[in-house]
Design a protein around this ligand. Structure first.
Ligand code: NAD
Length: 284
């Protein structure tokens, strides 16, 4: 079997230039242009290229994206003050703080200070709690992007077995909740899971977010499964994921590539969240 390649790049492009663009046009009729602010601390190369992609996608949907840059040695208070200014600025609908932050700045403190209505990364405890309760909320971008991608490929999760590898707050945990909300039976695996192969054996969908290059090989993928590879690694100048693409694509029915899979969908979800925040602001 040779797998269908699920191009996140194409799915994202389609969503950005049709649905999202027309929603932005509608908001513009009420004199609202959705605006996203990205707070970038320091000069991490990976963060910088990710931020560049955010700006590009924002342009495609027609929203404003502004990057506010700070030196590595910026104080925690300065960041908190800026967040409080953004919280009360009515022209800004969404804010994200690009992680990681330097060690002297508390990520928890920073996230706790973001107004949940503008928390377009869906990382604040309030929005995470609402997601857990199944309430309408701003859902964190990578899990949301994965769900949008599965939906675009008409993957019906109801009654299916989904194995998620990784239990991080930003990927593994929220994506497992979203899959359960779609009536999937979810198996969560992590670094202490015993006999990973048996947890994968009856999976219809495999979502890998372990942060280990080419961690899952084709022999572990059940024939015909859909494989979503969240990982992204730069190995000697070449990008790869958490899944060994070459062997896995021989077993899967569909698989996401790295790059061009989950990455663009994450950014697309961020743009949609900013538009949702602006739509709510408009109807408040
Ligand atoms: P993380 O490091 O916070 O969590 C990794 C998880 O994998 C942990 O829960 C850990 O228990 C589990 N794990 C580690 N080794 C394991 C093993 N041997 N067996 C089973 N489970 C194991 O990672 P994260 O933030 O969720 O990110 C995961 C990967 O996804 C990274 O490569 C990251 O760069 C990438 N990522 C990509 C995007 C994107 O938009 N493409 C977004 C977020 C993260």
């Amino acid at each position: 079997m040779s797998a269908e390649i699920i191009s996140g790049k194409e799915v994202a492009e389609n969503i950005l230039t049709t649905d999202l663009k027309s929603r932005v046009e509608k908001l513009k009729q009420s004199n609202i242009i959705p605006k996203l602010v990205v707070i970038l601390v320091g000069e991490m190369k990976a963060s910088a290229s990710y931020v560049a992609q955010k700006e590009k996608f924002a342009g495609k949907a027609g929203i404003i994206s502004e990057v506010q840059r700070f030196d590595d040695n910026v104080s925690e208070d300065e960041i908190l003050n800026r967040i409080s200014e953004i919280n009360s600025d009515k022209s800004i609908h969404g804010v994200i703080v690009q992680l990681p932050l330097p060690k002297h700045i508390s990520v928890a403190k920073v996230l706790n200070n973001i107004n949940p209505d503008k928390d377009v990364d869906g990382f604040t405890p309030f929005n995470v709690g609402k997601l857990f309760l199944g309430e309408d909320t701003l859902v964190s971008c990578t899990p949301k992007g994965i769900m949008l991608m599965l939906e675009s490929k008409n993957v019906d999760l109801s009654g299916k077995n989904v194995t998620v590898i990784g239990r991080s707050n930003i990927v593994g945990k929220p994506v497992s909740i979203l899959c359960q909300q779609q009536n999937a039976t979810v198996t969560m695996c992590h670094s202490k899971t015993k006999d990973l192969d048996s947890k994968l054996a009856d999976a219809d969908v495999v979502i890998v977010a372990a942060g280990v290059p080419r961690f899952i090989s084709g022999s572990q993928i059940p024939e015909g499964a859909v494989v979503i590879d969240v990982g992204i690694h730069n190995i000697e100048g070449k990008l790869c994921g958490d899944v060994d693409f070459e062997s896995a694509s021989k077993r899967a029915s569909a698989i996401t590539p790295v790059p061009g899979g989950v990455g663009p969908m994450t950014v697309c979800a961020l743009i949609e969240n900013t538009i949702i925040a602006a739509e709510r602001f408009n109807s408040a």
